[in-house]
Structure formats: C-alpha cells, structure tokens
Design a protein around this ligand. Structure first.
Ligand SMILES: Nc1ncnc2c1ncn2[C@@H]1O[C@H](COP(=O)(O)OP(=O)(O)OP(=O)(O)O)[C@@H](O)[C@H]1O
Length: 513
C-alpha cells in the first residue's frame, strides 16, 4: 500500500515484521494525558509479545479508497487484540505518543468497541454509533480473512465530523439520547417518591413500629411475608422494602396470583421455551422470575396460589433455578421474594390448601400490616395526603376537609382500608361544588350499606347514577360472597364474571378478602 510522505515521517511501529505507519503527524507535538483506565490497563494486562495478526498492509490496501473519508482506523487480531491503530484514531482517543497499545484487548482502549463481536461472528457491523468520552463516533467494522477464508481479525473505521451527511444521524441520535436520559431521570425521581417509605402515610404508633420493622427487613435479604387486609398498603410496603434494600437498582416485578388465570400461571412464572406451544406463540417468553433476576419478585395474594404451582415455587426457592415451560435447560436466578396475603395463611396450612414447607420458606420475615380501623388517628394525615393527589379544578387552590367530615370518617369501620378511604374522598371531591369537603359530602360518598343514602347530597345526575350503579354492584358482590361462604371463585361464578374481574372489583370497592 502506498504511504503518503507525512505518514512515512510518523512513528513506525513494527507489526508482525511489517512496517506500519501512523499517519497524523500533528499529535507528536501535543502532550496528551493518559486516561486512568488506560494507564491501569497497561499495568495490568499488557501482553509482552505482540500477538499474531492479520496482514495489515493487505487490509489497508483493500480499503485505500475509503482513506479520505475516515478519520481513524484500527485493526485487531482474531482474539480482538489491537495489532495496528493509526495516528488520527490515537488522537481521537487521546492516547499519548509514548503509549503502546499493541497487544491490548481492544475494550481496554475503547470500552464500547464491538470489534470482538465482529471477530467472533465473522459478520460486519457496517454502520454504528459508538460512544467515547461523551462523543458519538460513527464507526464501521469489517472482518478480515486469511487466504483460507478464516476470520483472522477485523478492521474498524471511524467517521467523525467531516462527513456532512452523517451529521443529521448524529444530531438525531444525540437528541434521542438526551430525551432518554431526561425520561430515565424523571422515572427514577417518580419511583423514588412513589415507593419510598415516606409515601406510606401515618403517624400512629402502629405505623411507626411498622416502618421501623420495614427498615430492618430491607437490610436483610431473606423472603418476607406481608399480611394484612386488602387496601392496607402491603404492595406499597413491598416497593418500599425493595427501594431501601441492596436490590434497589434491580427490577421490582409483581404478580397477582388472583389475577392470573390458573392455566397461565406456570408460564407467567417460569417463562416459555421457543416452540413450547404449537401454533402462533412459538417465540420464547421470559417468566417473571427471570425478569426479576437481581431484584425482587412480589407475589400478591400468595394464598391463592394453586397447590401445583406451590410445589414448583418451593423448588425454585430451594435450588435457585428455574426451568422454562417446554425446556430441559435450567437457569440460575437470584431473586428476593416478598409475598403478601390478605388471608389467614396459617389456617390455610392447617386445612392443607397451602403447603407448610412453602409457608416456612416465605415467612422468614413477617410483617402484619394493621387495618385502618386500628389506627383511626391516621385518618386526618391520610386525608390530607390522599386529597393532595386528587384532581381539582384549575381555579381551586387545594382541597380542604372540615373537622366534622374527618370525625365522620373516623366512625367508619373501613373494610377496604386506605384504598376505600381514597375512593370515598375521590367520590366526595367529584361531587363537591367547591374545594371545601364537609360532613354532608362525606356522608353522601360513604357506601350505602353503612346507612347513608347514596346521592343524598345533590350532585350532577351523572354522578348520582354512577354512584348508584357502583353501590348496586358492590352489594351484589357482597351478597354473592355471603351466599358462597366467602369462596371467591364460587362467588365469581355465581355472578358470571371471571376470577380476575371479580378480584378487580373487590379491590375497586375495597371489599376485604
Ligand atoms: N399508609 C398509606 N399511605 C398512603 N397511601 C396508602 C397507604 N396505604 C395504602 N395506600 C394506598 O392505598 C392503595 C392500596 O394500597 P396497596 O395496593 O399497597 O394495598 P394492598 O394491601 O396491597 O391491597 P391488596 O391486598 O388489595 O392488594 C394504594 O393506592 C396505596 O398507595
């Protein structure tokens, strides 16, 4: 390959016996500071002898036509170690003149390099955007082959800012990258406030003790069981435990046992191997265990877990391995289980509908979440916090709840706990003609079966109708539950709705499990 005069004047490292020339003379007079990670790489990993490499002259010759377009080039051998790099690329990377990177694994000089992938797969990556020190470089990577056609290395080119037609791509990429990092930052802020322990409102002694226990449990890594009536905040607390634990940077994945049809639970948990089912869904699907790897898996309503799945869950907890449906391969998973129940699990163990061995596995750390009726002094602060989140008209300054209204709420028994309180406040707010929520409004918003006639307070006719319909639905559900001796599945059947719809309605109306 013909070298330009300036190139010949440059430093000329020996590569496998051939003389190869760096081609940008300017940097020789510039002093560049060695980046700390590169300095470390030199100390730790430098190979003393230069590796075998592809024929550099031949490779550069093949791409000589591209020379005026690229602003840096690099060659690696079949083990992705640098065998040649030109001066312009060295400059772009900030490598000082006296730094010899020959023989170093490419990632130690260019952390995001994909040259290894090209060498390993033998497939080129023709256009890619690679980040280096907050800069975006457009790169092209091509495998090199020996005379017998085997891959013996790869060559990479960098196109930086001189290629005008790449500017729109880079601008768009940069724009999207900024948008993404803004969205990620907002999400992190939102998650942190939504799920922190501070968002569990309450100043009673019961809540103080509960929070102290949650903080202690967050520091440990064992399975935890939260028990308490529906709407007491078990899921909120599970999030808070995760957020305060060492797993906070890992995923938090929730499965509601009652909401997933029984036939799908196994696939939901353990995933599906490709082709496990004939027909449309032949693709592999990850299960919740795999999705929660490195984080926390929250199992809501664990008392509703079918006995066959209980046996499988126990095996995963004992062995730390999962096997996808239709697969023989096992995968290791590292997941913390936090389970929640609104049923009496000990009673379920006694009547053998819940496995004792599974109970002892998940009840390593147990937290009993108190019902709202046992901490009625929290109602004032809960009202303030919940109303803060309740939408209001743009000309309203903020909701004000009158003391008589709070007193009325403190006389209710709250079978649906905080969720029910939130619903009542939302209904009252929807009917309120101003930002003041008084006792009359609360009386109208409380469920009819507690002796208050729905719609007694004149609201809009639409609000009154929706309130009446909701109350009728709630009463039908309560009647069905009573008729079926509390058996939810049977009650759902009586009403002609699915188990998951039934549970959704129980939640909506704050009916305890
Ligand atoms: N102490 C609290 N402070 C503020 N909000 C709360 C509190 N407890 C519960 N909530 C709110 O009440 C609603 C129900 O809470 P959550 O879903 O955590 O209850 P749960 O016990 O898991 O209910 P279920 O057993 O029905 O699934 C959520 O909107 C939650 O944010």
């Amino acid at each position: 390959m013909a070298m330009r005069k300036s190139e010949r004047a440059g430093r000329s490292p020996t590569v496998g016996g051939a003389q190869v020339f760096d081609c940008h003379p300017a940097s020789r007079t510039r002093s560049v500071r060695l980046r700390p990670e590169i300095r470390k790489a030199v100390m730790d990993n430098k190979e003393t002898s230069h590796p075998a490499q592809p024929n550099v002259e031949q490779a550069l010759g093949a791409f000589s036509l591209l020379r005026e377009y690229f602003q840096g080039a690099l060659i690696v051998d079949d083990r992705a170690r640098i065998t040649w790099i030109d001066q312009r690329y060295r400059e772009l990377l900030g490598l000082p003149d006296d730094f010899d990177c020959y023989g170093l694994p490419v990632e130690q000089v260019i952390p995001h390099s994909l040259m290894r992938r090209v060498v390993e797969t033998g497939r080129p990556i023709l256009v890619d955007i690679m980040e280096f020190d907050e800069r975006q470089l457009v790169v092209c990577r091509i495998p090199l082959k020996d005379n017998a056609g085997s891959v013996n290395g790869a060559i990479g080119f960098v196109f930086y800012d001189r290629v005008d037609y790449l500017a729109p791509i880079l601008e768009k990429f940069e724009h999207l990258r900024k948008q993404l990092s803004r969205a990620q930052a907002a999400l992190t802020r939102e998650r942190a406030t939504k799920y922190s322990l501070q968002s569990f409102v309450g100043t009673s002694d019961a809540v103080r003790d509960l929070k102290a226990q949650v903080r202690r449990f967050a520091l440990r890594d064992g399975a935890a069981l939260l028990s308490g009536e529906t709407g007491t905040g078990k899921e909120l607390l599970a999030h808070a435990i995760h957020q305060q634990s060492d797993r906070a940077d890992g995923p938090f994945v929730a499965v509601n046992m009652a909401a997933v049809p029984e036939a799908l639970l196994e696939a939901e948990f353990f995933g599906v191997a490709p082709g496990a089912y004939t027909g449309a869904d032949r693709k592999a699907r990850k299960g919740k265990f795999e999705l929660a790897h490195g984080g926390t898996l929250f199992l809501d309503e664990i008392g509703d877990m079918p006995i066959a799945i209980q046996a499988k869950l126990l095996r995963v907890l004992q062995e730390g391995e999962i096997e996808a449906l239709g697969s023989n391969a096992v995968k290791k998973v590292d997941v913390r289980i936090i389970a929640a129940t609104s049923q009496d699990l000990v009673a379920k163990v006694d009547d053998r509908s819940f496995r004792a061995d599974l109970y002892y596995r998940i009840a390593v750390l147990t937290i009993a979440v108190p019902p709202l009726r046992d901490r009625l002094e929290d109602i004032q602060v809960l009202c303030d916090a919940l109303l803060e989140k309740t939408p209001r008209a743009s000309d309203q300054r903020g909701w004000v709840i009158e003391p008589e209204a709070v007193a009325l709420l403190q006389h209710h028994d709250w079978p649906g706990n905080v969720r029910e309180l939130a619903n009542v406040l939302e209904r009252a707010a929807a009917m309120a003609p101003s930002e003041i929520i008084g006792a009359e409004l609360i009386r109208s918003a409380l469920p009819a079966r507690h002796g208050v006639s729905p719609g007694a307070r004149p609201g809009t006719s639409a609000a009154a109708l929706s309130t009446r319909l909701a109350d009728a639905e709630r009463d039908a559900i309560l009647e069905a539950l009573e008729a079926c001796g509390g058996q939810k599945q049977a009650a759902a059947k009586t009403l002609g709705i699915s188990r998951s719809q039934f549970y959704e309605k129980l939640k909506r109306y704050g009916i305890a499990g």
